[in-house]
Design a protein around this ligand. Structure first.
Ligand code: HEC
Length: 157
């Protein structure tokens, strides 16, 4: 077996162990905890987005403030993929606005996360320029990616 072949087998075995570990961890946490945590994180996203949006309207965007908020948004975006394990939808009996589409159309849902993660990375880059117009435009694109996912995945009240 080539060195590359052995490496691939090792990586596959490692990924399998890791996958089982993550699943076990997700199953140990009660759905109510997982749902509360993701709702809280969504509220944080809302607050950080509003912080940048309000500063844009007031003409008071600063590089420091925008960078801190953008980093937080990006950090959350990169965690989102683990927030919706099976059993944390409406069938859990816990109050949640998560729609069954998340589990029924996982590819669409994953695409929405990827779009959001991509736009939030662009927002980090925009914030680092310190240019108010660039930051405001990037914030707008992130907002559209939030809305894109909400359209397919979030129950409207
Ligand atoms: C990939 C999908 C997805 C993306 C991207 C996304 N959301 Fe959400 N959002 C949801 C889902 C699903 C819920 C419902 C969660 C629940 O109730 O379990 C939600 C709920 C919320 C809530 C309500 C939280 C509560 O229960 O009080 C807010 C606020 C929110 N999102 C803001 C945002 C903002 C702002 C962004 C972008 C910066 C964003 N979301 C990006 C899927 C997404």
């Amino acid at each position: 077996m080539s060195v590359l072949g052995r490496g691939s087998v090792f990586v596959a075995a490692f990924a399998a162990v890791l996958g089982v570990g993550l699943m076990a961890e997700a199953q140990q946490r009660p759905p109510a905890d997982i749902i509360a945590a993701r709702q809280q994180a969504m509220k944080t996203l809302g607050a950080e987005m509003k912080g940048i949006g309000d500063a844009a309207k007031a003409g008071s965007i600063t590089k420091e403030d925008a960078s801190a908020r953008a980093s937080k948004i990006n950090e959350i975006a990169n965690q989102m993929v683990s927030w919706f394990p099976a059993g944390t939808g409406p069938e859990s009996g816990v109050k949640t606005a998560a729609l069954p589409a998340i589990w029924e159309k996982p590819a669409d849902y994953k695409a929405a996360i990827d779009r959001f993660a991509g736009e939030s990375a662009k927002l980090v880059a925009a914030a680092n320029t310190g240019n108010a117009a660039t930051i405001a435009a990037a914030q707008g694109e992130v907002g559209k990616s939030c809305g894109g996912c909400h359209q397919i995945a979030r129950q409207r009240n």
